[in-house]
Design a binder for this molecule. Structure first.
Ligand SMILES: Cc1cc2nc3c(=O)[nH]c(=O)nc-3n(C[C@H](O)[C@H](O)[C@H](O)COP(=O)(O)OP(=O)(O)OC[C@H]3O[C@@H](n4cnc5c(N)ncnc54)[C@H](O)[C@@H]3O)c2cc1C
Length: 361
């Protein structure tokens, strides 16, 4: 067994190098030695995966560059087992790491919702490069269905339709597309989908995915290629290991983002069910993962002892490369009527993506 120790002898291990894990490691790594476990060499940058699916650049920074200036050892491996009683993590390279403090930031993945055929015939947004390759290698433009009417589905459908105007793109939602946005926000999303020629199928719950398309509660939908962005589910290791989790499998944490069942484990990002007074339980998102990681970094570095606090301000969507939506929200994430659209919305989203990258550097 091996792991890095700090000057105080404390072994800090961070699992996951997404927005939450990386920022936590960088904060803690100012004065402690941190072992950061994640398989990838470069930042996954999930909030730009719809762009990668559409064939746009993947010049995402190396984790080694983002970790520069901190005492962080990056172990390129996957955690396969977590022994909470013995305080050790088994990795897929056959080694294990002991810890005094663990930061669990394994994030989430697209949920299949047990829909028959989905895992076999649909492509989750995490496999953006596969989607890009299939489009590039297709003999002729075909039909492409994006399943999911939330933010990720909308960003994917608009990006793909704009990049591939010769493909017939459709978006399929169990409810309304963009149903959580304000009336003005929804109307703008619909206008952009119409302008880009995206067919909208609402109230169409997918019941089966086949090689040729979808069976839905609103009838069959033809699709030679199906991209799946139905919703996110947390990584299963927390529940498997015995951390206390909610009904979705997100780890329950206290106001210092410590596991309620195992206080030597901090849980941040999509993996955590964080409840903030006056705000509610935070949704999965980069917007919530980043401040949680930053907070735990400061906590482990001794720069704060206060409880975690958070307020929502905006929600942002890119709608292709030429349009976007900035939706103002109340502190609890409920919609305000005000939106910015078009170039202003696009620039706002691009600005937020730059701020995210800046926070990781
Ligand atoms: C296309 C798309 C667009 C999005 N746009 C937005 C947006 O505009 N705004 C917003 O707020 N949110 C957005 N999101 C959601 C956002 O990306 C996630 O909520 C966010 O990435 C969560 O961050 P995280 O650090 O918790 O986890 P993740 O980003 O999921 O990172 C998880 C980390 O854990 C690692 N990992 C996984 N399994 C293992 C293992 N077994 N062992 C070791 N490491 C492992 C991964 O490799 C990764 O490093 C978007 C998501 C997608 C897919």
């Amino acid at each position: 067994m091996s792991s890095s120790t700090s000057s105080t002898g404390k072994r800090i291990v961070v699992l996951g190098a997404g927005y939450a894990g990386l920022t936590a490691a960088k904060g803690a790594g100012r004065h402690h030695r941190v072992t950061l476990v994640a398989p990838e060499e470069r930042l996954l940058h999930r909030i730009r995966q719809h762009e990668a699916a559409a064939g746009r650049g993947r010049d995402w920074p190396a984790i080694a560059d983002l970790a520069r200036g901190r005492t962080i050892e990056h172990r390129r491996a996957r955690a396969v087992e977590l022994d909470l009683a013995g305080r050790k993590v088994a990795l897929d390279d056959g080694t294990s790491l002991g810890y005094d403090t663990l930061v669990y930031a394994l994030g989430s993945r697209t949920a299949w919702h047990d829909v028959p055929g989905a895992a076999e015939h649909a492509h989750p947004v995490e496999r953006a490069t596969e989607v890009r390759r299939l489009i590039r290698e297709a003999e002729h433009p075909g039909t492409l269905a994006v399943v999911g009417g939330g933010a990720t589905g909308i960003e994917l459908a608009t990006e793909l339709a704009e990049a591939h105007p010769d493909w017939r793109v459709r978006i399929v939602a169990a409810g309304r597309v963009g149903g959580t946005y304000s009336p003005k926000g929804r109307a703008h999303i619909r206008r952009v989908l119409d302008r880009l020629g995206v067919a909208v199928h609402e109230n169409a719950t997918v019941t089966e995915v086949t090689p040729d398309g979808l069976r839905t509660t609103a009838g069959p939908i033809e699709a030679g290629l199906t991209v799946w962005a139905a919703s996110l589910e947390p990584h299963p290791l927390a529940a498997q290991a015995g951390l206390a989790v909610d009904e979705r499998g997100r780890a329950l944490v206290d106001d210092h983002l410590r596991s309620r069942s195992h206080p030597d484990v901090h849980v941040v990002g999509d993996a955590a069910a964080v409840t903030v007074p006056g705000v509610g339980t935070l949704r999965m998102g980069c917007a919530t993962a980043l401040p949680q990681g930053q907070y735990v970094g400061r906590l482990l570095d001794g720069r704060t002892a206060k409880p975690f606090s958070f307020r929502y301000v905006v929600q942002c969507l890119s709608l292709g490369r030429r349009d976007g939506l900035l939706q103002l929200v109340h502190p609890d994430d409920s919609m305000k009527p005000t939106v910015l659209t078009g170039t202003a919305g696009r620039l706002a989203k691009a600005g937020i993506v730059s701020v995210v990258l800046g926070a990781l550097k």
